[in-house]
Design a protein around this ligand. Structure first.
Ligand SMILES: CC(C)(COP(=O)(O)OP(=O)(O)OC[C@H]1O[C@@H](n2cnc3c(N)ncnc32)[C@H](O)[C@@H]1OP(=O)(O)O)[C@@H](O)C(=O)NCCC(=O)NCCS
Length: 146
């Protein structure tokens, strides 16, 4: 991806207001997006949410997804996932994978509604404050549910 495009995406990424989530640095974001398999999806005017994903062979992985804190529960996260699934089907992707903290019930509900299923658990995956929390690995199988 061209550096100019990455800069535009970084501005969009920063413009999505989140609560206490620490945003990635420009250097980290740039190095990630320079990988030709990494993509950025956003809902625009103004930017209300974004999704960063990576393609590996016939799989997609969701690396990050967030919607603006002032615009939650309006279906924006779901629309981002719908866009991802549409793209995945066009690219003949077999499954979409992601990790989510066991404490993140909002995100877990959203993913379940979008057809994701928990397939495994990673112990002590997230360092959240002083505690380590497990992560659920969730999958949407596009072959089975296509
Ligand atoms: C998780 C997140 C992306 C959801 O975005 P959103 O735009 O609010 O999601 P939607 O409006 O599409 O919600 C879809 C469904 O998810 C569930 N959901 C979303 N937020 C919820 C909440 N706070 N509590 C309970 N269920 C919730 C609901 O079932 C909802 O459907 P409904 O509103 O019809 O009941 C958003 O809360 C967010 O950005 N959180 C911080 C970042 C994060 O946790 N990202 C996920 C990392 S894996």
């Amino acid at each position: 991806m061209q550096k100019k495009k990455i800069e535009k995406f970084y501005k969009e990424y920063l413009s999505v207001k989140e609560n206490n989530l620490k945003k990635w640095s420009k250097d980290f974001f740039t190095s990630l997006l320079l990988d030709k398999n990494v993509f950025f999806i956003s809902l625009k005017n103004p930017v209300e949410g974004y999704l960063i994903g990576r393609k590996t062979l016939d799989e997609y992985e969701v690396l990050s997804l967030a919607t603006d804190i002032n615009k939650r529960r309006r279906g924006i996260g779901t629309v981002l996932l719908e866009k991802l699934v549409k793209m995945a089907k066009q690219e003949k992707i077999q499954r979409i994978l992601l990790e989510v903290s066991e404490n993140n019930s909002a995100a877990i509900c959203m993913y379940e509604k979008a057809g994701f299923k928990t397939i495994s658990k990673r112990r002590n995956y997230y360092n959240e404050g002083k505690k380590f929390n497990d992560a659920y690995v969730m999958e949407k199988n596009l072959v089975k549910y296509a």
